[in-house]
Design a protein around this ligand. Sequence first.
Ligand code: HEM
Length: 470
Amino acid sequence: MRKIPGPPPESILFGNIKTLLTEEDSYVKWIQKYGNIVKFYGIFNQTSILVADTKIIQDMTLNHVYDFIKPPNLLADAILIAGRGLVLAEGEEHKRQRKMMNPAFAHNNVKEMVPTFIRVASTLIGLIEDKVNSGESNINLTPYISKATLDVIGLAGFNYEFNSLTSSNELAEAYNALFNSPNPTLRFISTVLANYIPFFREIPIKMNRDFKNACAIINRVSKKLMEEKYNEAKNGELKSKDLLSLLININMALPDEEKITNDELQYQIMTFLIAGHETTSSTTLWCLYSLAHYPHEQDLLREELVKAFPDKSKFNPTFDEINSLEYLNCIVKETLRIYSPAPVVGRTNVEDKVFGEYLIPKNTTIRIALLALHKSPEIWGPTANEFDPKRWLDPSVTKNVTNLNYLPFLTGTRSCIGNKFALTEFKILLSMLIRNFVFKPTEGFEFKKRTMGVSKPSPYLALTVSKVEC
Ligand code: HEM
């Protein structure tokens, strides 16, 4: 790997981590500077690889997917929090879980979740409206959107009323303690320590007590949810249409060898929460930010929405109606292109591999640079870095787009199982927001793009909001 080009290490202990944490889109810049296979340095100066080569990505996501596992040295905390649900399962275990879970995420089931998405979005609209009516127009949108997507995944994922938009509850607080620490740097350091020092979480310090307490709450609440479902299932098939109920129904009907265990079912609760909450909320925030800065695009979207839903108080689209809106679709695709919530995904090769002319020894951390592909001028032309939804209507652009160079949900065997769910939820939230409000940049407000797994505006996104009168 010595010959692979890339940035020199900046520190003996932390390699290039500081740049990754503090500079926007470092991965994209490295690919643009050094080529499609780049070497950089992680914690303790560990050599890591970044790839944006579509052939290699095909190998990693499709042809030899199980030769590339999730990096074990990054998962200690994640496993304590979520267990080995679909995101963290590997090999045969993953294959069994995925096969069993796929039907729950099919179109027909997502269609039935639309009223839930609309219900939460209506509460969100009401709250923002109250704020605007009270004379506040510069609004910190991050907590609103984040709570809305938490409420959605609670209801549609496992029929759980977080009601976080309007109240607090222990599961939401436990989740926040783990993922929305007031001190993200300290949280990052403790996660690294937990990953590298076995039993770190056993050290009796406050940080670890809080961590364990939050995990215990998650475990207790998920167990209770499971027990309730199983009690209900004694009387036959579960009637609720949330993902967990669907999974329990599917599992009950399977032969023993294809079933997933009760523990595995329970792990999916936290898995849905982690995989499906911040991803959708950050996409919505980035989209509002983009539309605020491209008012013409915002107007075009609103025109489409007004035409489709002339009376905003009767906004009640079906799955097919919302998916038939062409410009909305372009805006969604464009947001996911330049603001992919997961700008990279990490893997470790379990065998030696050859990437181009380089030998990559086994157990190397490899990152697939999704966002670098999404911003490649070779694919998207000279405007690759610009928010331009119309590009999705141009056949000379779309003919070059494949599921290996546009992959916000990854691609292949481990691609996002929740993509239809996420796209529908995002479209409903966005449509209701744009149909009801006008978003403009707030003068003097500045933020940075920060990526800790998911990329989001940091410390938050504020925009100036006014009401659409009719
Ligand atoms: C805009 C929103 C979303 C984006 C951009 C997104 C993106 C992704 C990506 C890139 C992966 C692959 C991660 C990896 O392999 O390292 C993934 C996996 C996954 N996502 Fe999503 N996701 C979104 C929303 C959701 C939602 C709403 C759910 C659940 C309801 C969900 C559930 C999952 C699960 C369970 C996996 C693991 C799949 C597997 O390994 O087989 N995601 N997602």
